[in-house]
Design a protein around this ligand. Sequence first.
Ligand code: ZN
Length: 144
Amino acid sequence: MSDSLHIVCPHCTAVNRIPSARLGESPRCGKCHGELFTGHPVELDAAGFDKHVGRGDIPVLVDFWAPWCGPCKMMAPHFVQAAGQLEPRVRVAKVDTEAEQALGARFGIRSIPTLALFKGGREVARQAGAMGAADIVRWTQGHL
Ligand code: ZN
């Protein structure tokens, strides 16, 4: 493993090179100076998705959800809590499948919420159904 990682900025999608030893020291984006890890899931559109999944060196956990989905809303605060625990080892993100229908179709998302974990640009695990924060963290760590 190299001693620096490409981290995509959640605010401006610039690709930053961060020494892995300094990942936990609240690194900031060299371009927009925003925090690279905010403790909150990043809302991704198709371009943002491709940047984070394709260019970032850390795994990306994605919650495919929709505004009309009750279980998705119930899971949302748990997902935020999980983000706080999984960062900075994992980029935690959300895709609104209503607004980004092409992304949902591309990954064949049939039920929501669906969690999918991406590593090295490829999907490595998927789980449908709402989960609590502890289960989200455990499930993610089990696939890292
Ligand atoms: Zn930035």
